[in-house]
Design a protein around this ligand. Structure first.
Ligand code: SAH
Length: 238
């Protein structure tokens, strides 16, 4: 799976993708993440060269009909997406890997919006299965000119009912949860066959934990060795 993130702040991803399971998945080439910064695609009157030689590249502008905050302009975002698509199309077919895609890229374009369709595990699973490349557009400020999502026929996706300052954390959330669905990303230590054994309660050593003088035990059933009963316990309340 190749993720393509359209973002004004690509450095925000470095630490999250640079550690643990996702870093390993990238190193083992199970996933790949590329960045496209709309600021680098700013042209025309929004590109100003000052007398001292400094260049300012303005990605945003004021909203029509007024309102607070600034809106990211459509043009640099669209050009960044075109650059991502071009990169995808220029990849040799073998990099799209799976026999499923027959070597042909299958592209999905996602636009982040707090009012979009709610992201969940089912969505992560079907996306991991269907596509070879996911382009994600992360907004900032008051958001991106609405024509971008319309022109690209992008799917508006929300990660929850709250408003964040930008779409970078949502992009990381999708990269993380979609990658977990890709074969080989979870090693044998982390693999958890979600449907079968999923439980929100886990315990490890010691069997008796002493905290502030009080003993906290591991539920007896988990020490019983009775797999059927343990399975029932894990599935309780589902
Ligand atoms: N003015 C907008 C909020 C913009 S928040 C509104 O009222 O709807 C700025 C950016 O953060 C958005 O463009 C989007 O990319 C991202 N964002 C914020 N909250 C999000 C959420 N819950 N899910 C997905 N993306 C979100």
């Amino acid at each position: 799976m190749h993720f393509h993130v359209i973002t004004l702040f690509p450095e925000m991803f470095d630490s999250y993708l640079g550690e643990s399971i996702l870093a390993r998945a990238i190193k083992e080439k199970r996933i790949k993440v590329s960045f496209y910064n709309p600021r680098l695609f700013v042209t025309g009157k929004y590109r100003k060269v000052w007398p001292d030689g400094n260049v300012s590249l303005q990605v945003d502008d004021r909203p029509y009909a007024g309102g607070p905050g600034m809106i990211i302009r459509a043009e640099p975002v669209l050009v960044a997406v075109v650059a991502a698509v071009k990169k995808i199309k220029s990849k040799p077919a073998r990099l799209n890997g799976s026999s499923r895609s027959g070597g042909k890229a299958k592209i999905k374009i996602i636009n982040f919006s707090p009012s979009g369709k709610k992201f969940d595990t089912a969505y992560a699973k079907s996306t991991a299965k269907k596509y070879t490349d996911i382009i994600m557009i992360s907004g900032r400020y008051e958001g991106i000119d609405a024509r971008v999502a319309k022109i690209l026929k992008a799917e508006n996706i929300s990660i929850g009912d709250y408003v964040l300052t930008g779409g970078e954390v949502p992009a990381m959330v999708l990269i993380d949860s979609i990658s977990r669905q890709i074969q080989g990303v979870l090693g044998k230590y982390e693999s958890l066959e979600e449907e079968r054994v999923s439980s929100s309660e886990f315990y490890t050593r010691p069997e008796i934990l002493i905290h502030k003088g009080k003993k906290h035990r591991v539920p007896k059933i988990l020490l019983s060795g009775d797999h059927k009963k343990i399975e029932e316990w894990k599935q309780r309340g589902k």
